[in-house]
Design a protein around this ligand. Sequence first.
Ligand SMILES: Cc1cc2nc3c(=O)[nH]c(=O)nc-3n(C[C@H](O)[C@H](O)[C@H](O)COP(=O)(O)OP(=O)(O)OC[C@H]3O[C@@H](n4cnc5c(N)ncnc54)[C@H](O)[C@@H]3O)c2cc1C
Length: 473
Amino acid sequence: MARWRSSAGRVNVRYGFIKELSGLVAPGGLLTDRSDLVCYSYDASGLEFLPDAVILPSSTEEVRKVMALAQREGIAVFPRGAGSGTTGAFLPRGGGVVLCLARMNRILSISHSDLMAEVEPGVVTGELQNRAAAAGLFYPPDPSSLDFCTIGGNVATGAGGARAVKYGVTRDYVIGLDVVLPGGDVIRTGFRTAKGVVGYDLTRLMVGSEGTLGVVTGVTLKLIPAPQTVGTALSFFKDASAAASAVSRLFVLGVLPRCAEFMDAACLGCIADELPVGVPETASAMLLVEVDGQEDSIAAGLDAIICAFREEGAVGVYVAKDKDEAAAFWKARRSLSTSVRRLGPPHKISEDICVPRHALSGIIRVIEETVKETGLKILSFGHAGDGNLHVNILLDKRKEHEMTSAQSAVKKIFKKTIEFGGTISGEHGVGLTKRDYIGMELDGKTLDIMRSIKAVFDPKGILNPGKIFPEGD
Ligand SMILES: Cc1cc2nc3c(=O)[nH]c(=O)nc-3n(C[C@H](O)[C@H](O)[C@H](O)COP(=O)(O)OP(=O)(O)OC[C@H]3O[C@@H](n4cnc5c(N)ncnc54)[C@H](O)[C@@H]3O)c2cc1C
């Protein structure tokens, strides 16, 4: 064994193992200086665990060799993309090696005739979108982190985004994967054709598996023709309930929006200065909606939506006059995860519950009640068109009473979400932060099957250990 357990219970990697690792990757592909390791010790969850080493492979072959060595030596490996995850899903808790795929960032092909792209996992999502757009094609999944998150991370988390309302999530675009298994074997899942049904669907199993089953080193993605035009509008409401009713109304109009994003009063306060339009004094909630399609369908689609919003009591509606104004609306929306930090409390617990659309106003009421009961600052925003809300609890984790209130708030919101027929994570996954709640949603038998699947892929438990399953598993 190339490791020992320190008095603090942390597994440390021995010098001999590090030396062997250094021979497996190209120069500059191994980091061991503390100042470098710190950069790979956190994600957007607010948690931090220092790795013993970081490997930056340049090819599937290098990943294969690293995984074979790690399995032989029993060293934990933690796959990482850009580290933008919100659940601690790649964090090297307990020590081990972070395997960062960011250098494998080539777009290998974009095919018009096959409507497909082949990419390496470290490609930044926004870059793929730009390259597809330049070719007149469209890769719809658009997590708000698209300027820095990677396709590999999106695959591993099953990332969603604002456009999921009309176009679906990452899972709907992954056709095939190259995957390195813990012992170093490489498998190709799925197809490189428009359809295929031979054998179990391992591609779908890998998507959302949070780096616990294999390391994704190649991704084949479906593309679609780019829509001709997009129309964007902002609508303000006197309260969150009115905005939630307006969202429900959207889906009986016969116009399917491509986005319907919600922000509550506190979020609105955070971004008001960034919006290029004035926020009405009576506004306490906002919807950002978008339609796309043929040029001549846009005005009619937006008109139908605006008319319905007015009937639902909208207190102000603005249609973006051009692409730049639409981009400014989105810039403000995408800045929310970070701008909420300006509100004061130093820490944030971010949840991303998802309920059936009809239950949106019900869960918003539960969140409002929870604010009154706990006195905590809780902000909600997100992909309301999917019933997916990012619930951000702001607190000072050093204050025990705030921590206790926040934990009971999370439990209550999760319990009600599940009662409404929803899920505790619409797109961010389980990672470390939600693993102790997974039993609220999944029954024991289902969890047992998932544990057995993990054991088939990773019999020695070296790949991203400690994630998804409850503490102690
Ligand atoms: C401001 C902000 C906005 C966000 N908005 C959204 C949003 O709208 N929708 C959404 O879904 N998420 C959102 N997120 C969360 C996050 O960006 C996504 O989960 C994203 O998919 C993570 O990608 P990453 O490259 O940063 O992965 P990381 O955070 O590095 O890793 C995430 C998980 O993927 C695994 N992983 C990474 N690469 C691989 C690989 N090649 N093979 C196997 N496993 C791998 C890791 O082990 C880990 O389990 C947001 C985050 C931030 C900070």
